[in-house]
Design a protein around this ligand. Structure first.
Ligand code: 8YV
Length: 326
């Protein structure tokens, strides 16, 4: 029987390509070339499945060219690169990779929180620049993590992982805000107390953002929200660019209206707002929260499982818009 044709949009682990090749005729991009939207649309023209990452926008325009496409399997838990209503209208199923990255991403949220609170990169630059000639009593003094108040905005799986680390590992007082409250059992397990958003902003010593990006969550943290935060507070964004107004954040950091920020995601990434590059009290990383070898392998394999599950066995594992199949 002729194998179905799929496209893998970016370079990925060779063993995952080999797995996919057992089932499909695979057009891959192991050279990791940057394709234009038109190139992506052209390559999808004769494909029934696509393995995508968060960088490829699958919208009405791309879908219009991809008349045979049945499934897009994203190697990411977030899927704001998918225009889900447009996919549903075209009967294209979207899938994502939840669960497999939860603990790794929560680890990184904590790494960024710690690095920000204790000024790790700023002090390292000072040392590397040869500026360290003597000790002083206040050199790179930061803020305490243990015993402080950890605020979490967005209390899904990753938010809960961060809460557990904070409460159980660092004795932090954990408060959170979310669209819906957790069950009493989960709140007890995470030792987390639900508060209104304003209270979260006003009380957090360290505020971690872990909510999904959508038109509704655009600029959830802008100048008015930053104004509510303590001048000693740290802000950590491991969610998505666009949730924070980066220009407003850079101004707040420059004017020391908040103490520091740790950012793994940016508006318009991989471009970074130039003002963020010039303020010292910010730790910047290039969207690597899920980047450990085992986790990235698990994500890639889960995206492959979704393609194989759906196109070969008739059932996807992580469908985002099952109504597309109706
Ligand atoms: C991905 C992520 O690395 O899963 C997500 O939502 O943000 C990251 O883990 C990124 O989206 C590339 O696909």
């Amino acid at each position: 029987m002729k194998k179905a044709k799929i496209l893998v949009t970016r370079a990925v682990f060779p063993e995952v390509i080999a797995r996919l090749e057992q089932y499909f005729e695979v057009e891959h991009n192991q050279a990791d070339e940057a394709w234009s939207k038109q190139q992506l649309a052209d390559k999808l023209r004769d494909k029934v499945g696509a393995f995508t990452t968060g960088g490829e926008r699958i919208d009405a325009e791309v879908l219009a060219a991809a008349s045979q496409l049945k499934i897009c399997a994203n190697m990411a838990v977030g899927y704001n690169n998918f225009d889900v209503p447009a996919m549903t209208a075209r009967k294209v199923l979207g899938t994502n990779t939840p669960d497999v990255l939860t603990e790794t991403t929560a680890d990184f949220g904590f790494a960024l929180l710690m690095a920000t609170a204790r000024r790790v990169t700023e002090s390292e630059h000072y040392l590397r620049d040869g500026k360290w000639d003597r000790w002083s009593y206040d050199m790179f003094s930061g803020s305490d993590v243990h015993g402080s108040t950890l605020g979490i905005l967005g209390m899904g799986r990753i938010g809960q992982g961060i809460a557990r680390r904070g409460a159980h590992g660092f004795g932090m007082n954990v408060v959170y805000h979310n669209r819906s409250r957790l069950s009493p059992e989960l709140e007890a397990e995470c030792k987390a107390r639900y508060v209104a958003k304003d209270e979260l902003l006003k009380t957090a010593d360290h505020l971690v953002l872990v909510l999904p990006y959508s038109a509704q969550s655009h600029h959830t943290i802008g100048a008015p929200e930053l104004a509510l935060m303590k001048p000693t507070a740290n802000l950590v964004n491991i969610a998505r660019g666009g949730i924070v107004d980066d220009a407003a954040l850079a101004a707040a950091l420059r004017e020391k209206r908040i103490a520091a920020a740790g950012l793994d995601v940016f508006e318009g990434e991989p471009k970074v707002h130039p003002d963020l590059l010039t303020v010292p009290n910010v730790v910047l990383t290039p969207h690597i929260a899920s980047a450990t070898v085992p986790t990235r392998k698990a994500m890639a394999n889960l995206a492959a499982d979704n393609l194989i599950g759906f196109l070969v066995q008739g059932k996807a594992l992580n469908p985002l818009n099952p109504e597309a199949l109706a």
